[in-house]
Structure formats: C-alpha cells, structure tokens
Design a binder for this molecule. Structure first.
Ligand SMILES: NC(=O)c1ccc[n+]([C@@H]2O[C@H](COP(=O)([O-])OP(=O)(O)OC[C@H]3O[C@@H](n4cnc5c(N)ncnc54)[C@H](OP(=O)(O)O)[C@@H]3O)[C@@H](O)[C@H]2O)c1
Length: 310
C-alpha cells in the first residue's frame, strides 16, 4: 500500500474527475471531493451530459477557491491533492494552501499533451499561461511539496463520445492531420484514473516528474478504419488538414477573439495531440504503463470501445 491514504480531489464532478475518484477508491484510498458548492452530482462539462453522482463513500468539502483559509481548512489531514480544475488561475492558491496544510504530493491539472517534455507544446497559447506556469510554480516549490504530472494524450473514450475522434452522428468532419498515418498515444479516462492511483502507489518512482501513459498508440487512419469495420456502410466525414494550416487558423481565431477563441484553443489542443510535426505525441517507447499498472488495449478491445459509440 502507498505511503499515502487520504486524497483530496479538486474538481471531482466534471469530465475526468469521477474516473479518478473511482480508481482511487478501487485502490483503497480515502477520497475527499473539494467543490465550490458541495455538490456530488457529476456532469461531463465537455458534452453537457449529467453523468451520475459520486460514490457515497466519498467525503465532500465545500471550498472557496479565492480563500486561503477555506482551502487550508479543507486540506488539513490530507496527504495528496489531485487537481482537475479547468481554470488554471485557481491552482497557485490551491498549491499554497496544500503546502500550508502539510500535504505531501500535488498532482496538477495536466491530463493531456506532452507539455513538459516538448518545447512546441509549451509554446502553444493554450498551454503557455496555464499548464506551463503551474509546472514552473510546482518546480520552484519542490522542496516544500512533491508533484507528479500525468501525461496521457487525448481522452480516447471521450473523443469518441464527443465526435472528435470519429463522428458517428455525422455532425461535423473529423480533422485528420498531415495525412493521418502518424501514431499518437491516447488514453481512456478510466486508465487515467488508474494512472493517478498507480502514481500514488509508487510515490518515490513518480516524484517530481512527468509520467507517460497510453491506452492505445494508433494513427487517425487506423481509428477511422476500425470505425468502418464496426459499422458496415459507415463512411466517416473527414477534413484533411496540415499542422501549418490549423496553427495559422488558430492564431487568427485567437486574434479575432470572442466566439473564435474556443475553436482556436481546440485547434491548438488537436495540433498537440495529432500533429506529426514535432509535438512529441507518441510515447509508446518510453511510457510508464508498466509501473502504473496500465494495460494497452488489444485490437479487439479497441474495436469494442469504438463500436460502443457507433
Ligand atoms: N486530454 C484531453 O483530451 C482532455 C480533455 C478534457 C480535459 N482535459 C484536461 O483534464 C483536466 C480536467 O478537465 P475536465 O474537463 O475534467 O474539467 P471540467 O469538467 O471542466 O471541470 C471539473 C470541475 O472543476 C470544478 N470547477 C472549479 N472551478 C471551476 C470553474 N471556474 N469553472 C468550472 N468548473 C470549475 C467543477 O466542480 P465543482 O462544481 O464541483 O466545483 C467542475 O466540475 C484539465 O486539465 C483539462 O485540460 C484533457
């Protein structure tokens, strides 16, 4: 069993949080969910769907992210903080409060691209002032609190549900980068949950570094072929794009502002996850899957996952 027992999760009620909560409970940790309202109902904020409630064994603590007193009080007695907050500006004060409360490990809201290990990602506007700044903040305080960054690539199951990896509903074409044959590491949210639990079960091996996990390392064309196989007659709509073009459009969208900012940010994220042009998104050769207990999906299991959304 881990050196840690009591884990607080900030932002447990959203798209990823419930999967981490369940994996931590399965591994025998005691979980406290920090929330702005004390709510325990969960919602996939990406798709807007209600997804249930947190298990009754999870303790709930209402916090005000703008109040150090509130955060320190909620974190007294906790050994680890996992942050899933979507807004990065709340994280420095959460880290400060964790240090004041004597928390030993902080897992920041990373859960995506290889930002810490790739300069092209770190320079993208979607990461520069958020994830990169938090990594720096933690590094500067590693003598007071240790940290682990979880790098998992695009959420594979969620990308299928939301129609971003394959759109079975035919609402919009999927952007296929640079010909679609490059392989990229992607993870399901349940494997990301397992990676968080695995990291806390191996605190020394995961101290002050990024850990890399994947459920599948596949090309966009391979996934589209699976979609054709599991739904005979289905022809996915695709839009062939180049990294250069997506970046150009995304910077233009950012410049324009307003409603163009959301799609621009998605363009940067998709570039970091699916471009073949220097974004370091295949870590199958050096992953921490084995250490953290993540099993790569077999071809039939990957087909099953795609078929669930067909
Ligand atoms: N790799 C990928 O494909 C991918 C996809 C999506 C997200 N991510 C990453 O995963 C992490 C978690 O994202 P997520 O989508 O799970 O987060 P989310 O669902 O948007 O939010 C998680 C929770 O944070 C709480 N919260 C606190 N302050 C908030 C605020 N100002 N606005 C909205 N919610 C707030 C809410 O819980 P309460 O109401 O209970 O306070 C919310 O349910 C992020 O780092 C994100 O970048 C990666």
């Amino acid at each position: 069993m881990s050196a840690y027992k009591k884990i607080a999760i900030a932002g447990a009620t959203g798209t990823l949080g419930p999967f981490i909560v369940n994996a931590l409970l399965d591994a025998g940790f005691e979980v406290t969910a920090l929330s702005r309202t004390g709510r325990t109902n969960t919602q996939d904020r990406g798709t807007g769907k209600a997804t249930g409630t947190l298990p009754s064994t999870v303790k709930s603590a209402q916090v005000d992210y703008d109040s150090q007193d509130s955060l320190v009080k909620a974190l007294q007695g906790q050994e680890v903080v996992v942050s899933n907050l979507p807004n990065y500006e709340s994280q420095p004060s959460l880290i400060d409060a964790a240090i004041k409360a004597g928390v030993k490990r902080f897992i920041p809201s990373e859960f995506g691209s290889n930002v810490s290990g790739n300069k092209n990602n770190a320079a993208l506007p979607v990461f520069k002032d958020g994830k990169v700044a938090i990594q720096k903040y933690l590094k500067e305080r590693e003598d007071q609190i240790s940290y682990t960054l979880i790098v998992n690539g695009f959420f594979l199951d969620w990308g299928l549900e939301a129609g971003i990896v394959v759109d079975f509903k035919g609402n919009r074409p999927v952007k296929v980068f640079d010909g679609g044959n490059g392989k990229h590491s992607l993870s399901t949210r349940s494997d990301i949950g397992k990676a968080v639990a695995g990291a806390l079960l191996h605190p020394e091996e995961t101290r002050n570094r990024a850990v890399y996990i994947y459920s599948a390392t596949v090309s966009q064309n391979e996934i589209l072929d699976i979609a054709r196989k599991v739904k005979p007659g289905f022809e996915p709509q695709v839009q062939h794009v180049t990294t250069d073009q997506v970046l150009k459009d995304s910077y233009a969208g950012l410049e324009k502002g307003g409603e163009s900012v959301g799609p621009a940010m998605l363009g940067f994220i998709l570039t970091s996850c699916f471009s073949d042009d220097g974004y370091g998104n295949d870590w199958s050769e050096y992953s921490d899957n084995k250490l953290l207990g993540i099993k790569e999906l077999s071809k039939p299991d990957l087909e099953k996952l795609v078929a669930q959304n067909a």
